[in-house]
Design a protein. Sequence first.
Length: 648
Amino acid sequence: MYIEVLFNLPLEGPFTYEVEDDSPADLGFRIEAFFGRRKLIGFVIRRKSEPPSGDFTIKPIKRVIDKEPFFTQIQVDLALWMAGTYFCTAGEALSAMLPGGKRESAAPALGGYDLPGPRDIFLSEEQNRAVEGILSRAGGDLYLYGITGSGKTEVFLSAAQAVLDQGQGCLYLVPEIALTRQLVVEVEARFGEGTAILHSRLTPSQRYAQWMKILKGECRFVIGARSAIFAPVRDLGLIVIDEEHEGSYKSDATPRYHARQVAMRRGRIENCRVVMGSATPSLEAYHLACQGGMVRHNLTRRLSGGDLPEIKVVDMKKEAGVISKALAAALRRVEEEGRQSILFLNRRGFSTFFHCRSCGYEMVCRHCSVGLTYHKNRNRMVCHYCGYSQAPVDVCPSCGSFDVGYSGFGTEAVEDELRRLFPDIPATRMDTDTVSGKGNLEEKLEEFRSGRTRLLLGTQMVAKGLNFPGVKLVGIILADTGLHLPDFRAAERSFALMHQVAGRAGRYTRDGEVIIQTYRPDHPAVTAAARGSLEEFYDKELEIRQALGFPPYARLFRITLRGKDSERVKNGIEILAGGLRDLREDCFELLGPAECPLSLISGNYRHHFLVRTRSVPRTRALLREVLSRWTPPPGTYLEVDPDPVNLL
């Protein structure tokens, strides 16, 4: 007997091996075999009785790893589709789906909250209509748009309950499990032992154990981040993509898949419903829904008694310091009322760059083309891309001048300012510098939930999924941090962040307040966020995208070459781009090549170009053709990213 095997290699397969007639090796089993001189783990995708034609020797396998199938035809079908879509091999795609463990180990509980007791669930008319609309369709793509606090989660969970009651399974994707702890607690309480939670803290063996429970049908409700889309849920009836707009659904390593696209493909393969939801849809999803490509359901009212907050914009050009007079007064007033506040700044550290006032020197990372950030608590200058750090200096390394200083500010500097202004208000900072230890994140959230801390300062962590009844005020310390980035999605991301973090205020009351501090009070993203006008911003942004020929009116492929030798990288990318231009095809347009905005990361020089097209299959085929004839210069690495979400 013979089997066809895929390996986690950048080589097209499958590869044929010989097995004994009584060998269990068949679709879904992992085997160990020699590939050349290397002994590798392979994935069996087919068993057959006839060898392939050709004059070559077929090797036997070394052993069968699994006692029972480890994956299904669904995973194979997805891997083959991903290979054709994301410029990887089917073996690389299949390897990215499957857990790496070889034995079962119990998964740890996330911890942090006690499970709530049973409770009655009452849906509003809008929610009922949305649930009925979802369940009325056996398959297809749907969108649930709802303002913050409008009960989207309850719609998702009610639809999931109905699907489970029908004997089917449900996949529930979230951007990041650790930041959606309240949702996980609700899911555990509601669906009990039939729930599998896939998160980053699982060891390979624990992930293997969860995978096998799902595969055997012991868990029919699976919740997890991006890679959970591959979980082998039996008889899948519903896929939910919560906070669909989040960039973390896009993989930044081969295969560079987007969970939203994979979910839509899996929905078609298994004929199940795919429901996406957000208070700030991605522009692509918003456009698709407006054009009728997805059925859209709307939730327009907050359900916990709260109204949308009053939003005020403060022009920081007229202010001194980090905290404006208006925000300082609001923080003091809210504390006196016994309520809570959240402050948001998407920038960690104390100060953001070192500069010399005499010669203009700026201190940048020796491995990356980004400035070093000063962290006061550690007394180090740190690169947030590669982790390089060095001691701060008092003298300019370039000209020797003592007229030097640190400019800009991050969450650490804001924390110092808060301690100076409000020494009596219990406050905590939540960013990757303060929650890296085990249990730190849950501890800080529990302190805030219980009211032991009154003020929560943080980065994007505080903008997502938090639902605390005591929060009256949200302050956005600086709305401008993302508006200057050289990326056509910069305004969209900034608007979404402002809109989402503003939604943390007044979810249970009618007197919520939001203060947006900015140096660009007239920017369309800021003015639209201040008015809470999503449609206004999206419609104007779509006009700009259409005029410029960017998504959703065209599709992009980003081609990036990186390496230690800058000349090799530059010459290599120019030769590759030239090969595409020589085709003289009119189905695509080439933008570049040029240095990446972040031209040096971790010692690698980076150049890229964009391929813009409205004819994706034809352009993909042409790109594959050119890549097959092009050889990367020695020491360089090519990245092909279809539908990139980050152009830095």
